[in-house]
Design a protein around this ligand. Structure first.
Ligand code: MG
Ligand code: ZN
Length: 380
């Protein structure tokens, strides 16, 4: 990390603490009003979205990003149980189970034992559950919430786990893992037998009947990249899933992933990254629009890790005698790696309990806060 970036991080941390402390002192009653609406959680994961990726929305977007609407900010330390640099499987399993595990692990601990996930636990307590992703819905991040396999590569097994898990709404790519399988099984049939309306066209398709569950599997594997023409799938799916889940009498837990911020980072393509971040920000806005109106929904935005060592650096040139010049008014997005990096990632929080997400902590704390807040708010 260069010195300027380090200073930026230190400043951000200081501002974070100041912002959190000031808010608590000014209004100690914040979020303490009696709530009548059911308590929900919307958990948005920008895969690979470090602070620079998030910042790109402020330089390349046309309006103030929805990220600015969060009153509380923290930083999450992302290392996995096996490596200083995590992958998405271990990163999401930390959120879903509270366990640091090895890179590649899906919903299992260091010894490959299955660990109950937050969404499984909430489903047992009659919460409705939804997953939205711009990757295959069987990809590492969503899979870590409903599947328990030793490797993220076992996508056929992961698809089977999804069919037999307690989930009410899914939207993303990956239908090949359900219907074009090496074992010739047809898991669309199984989904329909379980009460799902299954559609492969659009997340806006209306079911013929009042099906209890909805599954939108819209591409053979990952969805199209935003900069190559993906439509408003992510924000449409966000609105659709919230409407559908909120119509039920139970509270809901909804995980929404902007999967391809990570893929842009791996490709070292700043256009790919930035378009995915801006698209993710629209989904964040849709979630906040609902939460602010409903009044008792916690919205958390974070990342599993940073990807690409992405930085918006100053444009460099050469002055007299081959001295290097830098134009601080011209940004040049650069990458330091084609892989992930170890940097901390932002956590943005809004809604009941949001102030607890301030500070610097391990990614597993997000799981423990979800548990703490749902027990506090559950009607058991
Ligand atoms: Mg992912
Ligand atoms: Zn990645």
């Amino acid at each position: 990390m260069n010195y300027t970036l380090l200073k930026f991080y230190i400043l951000t941390c200081c501002l974070t603490f100041i912002s959190c402390n000031v808010k608590t002192q000014i209004n100690p009653q914040i979020n303490k009003e009696p709530q009548t609406e059911k308590f929900n959680i919307i958990f948005l994961i920008g895969d690979g979205m470090g602070l620079s990726q998030l910042s790109s929305a402020y330089f390349y977007g046309e309006k103030e990003p929805n990220f600015s609407r969060f009153p509380f900010v923290g930083l999450s330390k992302t290392r996995s149980g096996s490596h200083k640099i995590t992958d998405s499987a271990a990163g999401a399993t930390a959120f879903s189970t509270g366990k640091k595990t090895y890179n590649g692990a899906i919903g299992v601990d260091m010894d490959t034992n299955a660990v109950e996930t937050i969404s499984e636990e909430l489903a047992k307590n009659d919460w409705s559950i939804g997953f939205v992703s711009t990757s295959s819905i069987t990809h590492a991040t969503p899979a870590s919430f409903y599947s328990h396999v030793s490797s993220r590569l076992m996508q056929q097994e992961i698809a089977k786990d999804l069919v037999y898990s307690d989930v009410d709404f899914i939207a993303g790519g990956g239908y090949n893992w359900f219907i074009n399988r090496t074992d010739s099984l047809n898991y669309f049939d199984s989904l329909e037998q379980k009460g799902f309306f299954v559609d492969t066209n659009s997340v806006l398709t209306l079911p013929d009947n009042n099906q209890e569950k909805l599954a939108f599997l819209l591409s053979p594997d990952g969805m199209q990249a935003k900069h190559l023409g993906r439509d408003n799938f992510l924000s449409d799916a966000t609105v659709r899933s919230i409407e559908f889940l909120n119509n039920k009498s139970e509270p809901f837990f909804l995980m929404i992933e902007g999967s391809q911020i990570d893929w842009g980072g791996h490709a070292n393509s700043s256009e790919y990254v930035i378009q995915e971040v801006l698209d993710f920000d629209l989904a964040v806005g849709a979630a906040l629009d609902f939460a602010e109106k409903q009044g008792n929904t916690l919205v958390i935005v974070t990342a599993d890790h940073e990807t690409g060592g992405f930085t918006m650096a100053a444009e460099q040139g050469f002055g007299p005698f081959m001295t290097i010049t830098r134009d601080y008014n011209k940004l040049t997005p650069v990458f330091s790696t084609g892989g992930h990096s170890s940097t901390m990632v932002p956590v943005l929080a809004s809604g009941p309990g949001a102030e607890k997400f301030c500070g610097i902590y391990e990614n597993t704390k997000i799981h423990s806060l979800f548990r703490q807040l749902t027990n506090m708010n559950s009607q058991k």
